[in-house]
Write a protein that binds this ligand. Structure first.
Ligand code: LLP
Length: 398
């Protein structure tokens, strides 16, 4: 990919997110192709991954539901055209106004994470003379192979209700007049690439369903959460995640009861690869031993490398153009190692360390790839920096 070939000449000022809605469309089609014939499967897009209105509108128009974790996300989902009956609402700390908003909007169900929360929902629903549809987020105590900050399903975690308390909490809900028990919710973590993790989740759900059978408890809905990962190392090779293996795992391993609906909450796998962060090189600074490429994007624009040590491929579009024009005799040997860093006043503001790039100059345009998920939504204004610009288009960068 080269800067010469960048199709749009009217790009906004860097740093900016570039969203390719043609890749998003192909990704949504791939999900639909893998779920066709499973009329009981319902995919809810996890809004937290990317809440740009144009992106939400496209996903809603394709017929997906929404997974929200705040009142703000419920409002954004409805403004984009998601139907309330396709919206689910999770989160350990739902504020009263958010519960009220969810009940007044008539969303599909609230995923409840504690008995304390259940009591508040019952009170609010009763005061509104309605019944809240609730499902319980059960902590499956299944470890997932991913970064510690994004595993959620192990026993020592703030999320969900312990599986030992599952029956008693359902019984409690059954005795309440303001709530209706709709099912169970799980989520084991994010950026999971091993199907073994999802198999372990299915196995745990199967065990729990046997306990529920013994109690004659009917569970209309099973929500298995999100978590399918993307290929950050080779986004060009794998622009669309392995939805086939993912949905097959649940089709083969999850033992369902007649009429049971299965809900999925996919975030990163839907939008991760359709977004890049574009940034210009401000300076190439020679340290005593290293060379630093200082760019105009920082962790305020994309915090994943600083927060999780996450890998994002960096492409020097201008440098690749110079190579394509034959400016260097032997391209490979011309590549040099740089630390690619941002301007924020924190030493963690690093995108890549000892990273091979073509010889890089002030003014070069760099693409930080696989930034469509948890990029723009996690941006901040630290250092009084403006939020990154966004450019939405229907074709790839080059
Ligand atoms: N459902 C629940 C209950 C969740 O907590 C999450 C993500 C999802 C669904 C969507 O997961 P996904 O399909 O995107 O893996 N900021 C981190 C990721 C945090 C994920 C939080 N929960 C990152 O940049 O890697």
């Amino acid at each position: 990919m080269c800067a010469d070939k960048v199709k749009d000449k009217n790009l906004p000022q860097t740093p900016f997110y570039y969203y390719d809605t043609s890749l998003l469309a192909r990704t949504l089609e791939a999900i639909q192709a893998e779920t066709v014939g499973h009329d009981n499967y319902h995919v809810h897009y996890a809004i937290k991954a990317n809440a740009h209105p144009a992106i939400l509108r496209q996903i809603a128009a394709a017929g997906f539901g929404a997974d929200c974790v705040s009142g703000g996300e419920i409002k954004a989902a409805m403004a984009a055209g998601f139907k309330p009956e396709d919206i689910v609402f999770a989160g350990v700390g739902k504020a009263d106004w958010e519960i009220r908003l969810a009940l007044e909007a008539g969303i599909a169900m609230l995923n409840v994470e504690s008995i304390e929360e259940l009591e508040v929902i019952n009170e609010i629903a009763t005061s509104l003379q309605t019944r809240a549809r609730v499902s319980f987020r059960i902590n499956p105590d299944v470890g997932a192979h991913t970064h510690a900050h994004i595993t959620t399903g192990s026993a020592e975690n703030k999320f969900g209700i312990s599986k030992e308390d599952m029956i008693s909490v359902i019984r409690k809900a059954e005795a309440m007049t303001g709530v209706e028990f709709m099912g169970l919710h799980f989520h084991i973590g994010s950026q999971l690439l091993l199907m073994d993790d999802f198999e372990a989740l299915c196995q745990r759900i199967n065990e729990l369903q046997q306990q529920l059978d013994a109690e004659a408890i009917t569970v209309p809905n099973i929500n298995v959460g999100g978590g399918l990962g993307i290929d950050y190392h080779q986004p060009a090779v794998h622009p669309i995640p392995d939805f086939k293996s993912y949905f097959q795992t649940f089709a083969q391993r999850l033992n369902l009861r007649p009429g049971q609906r299965v809900h999925f909450e996919l975030g990163r796998s839907v939008v991760g690869q359709m977004g890049s962060l574009l940034t210009h090189v401000l300076y190439v600074k020679k340290g005593t031993e290293k060379k630093f490429v200082i760019v105009d994007a920082g962790f305020t624009d994309l915090i994943r490398p600083a927060l999780y040590g996450a890998y994002h491929e960096v492409v020097n579009l201008s440098g690749e153009s110079r190579i394509a024009r034959g400016e260097f005799s032997d391209c490979e040997s011309e590549r040099e190692r740089y630390d690619v860093v941002g301007p924020i006043c924190e030493s963690s503001d690093i995108f890549q360390k000892d990273y091979l790039l073509p010889p890089t100059r002030r003014g070069d345009l760099l693409e930080i790839r696989s930034a469509g998920a948890y990029g723009e939504t996690m941006a901040s204004c630290y250092n009084c920096r403006p939020l990154p610009n966004v450019y939405v288009t229907d074709h790839p960068l080059s």
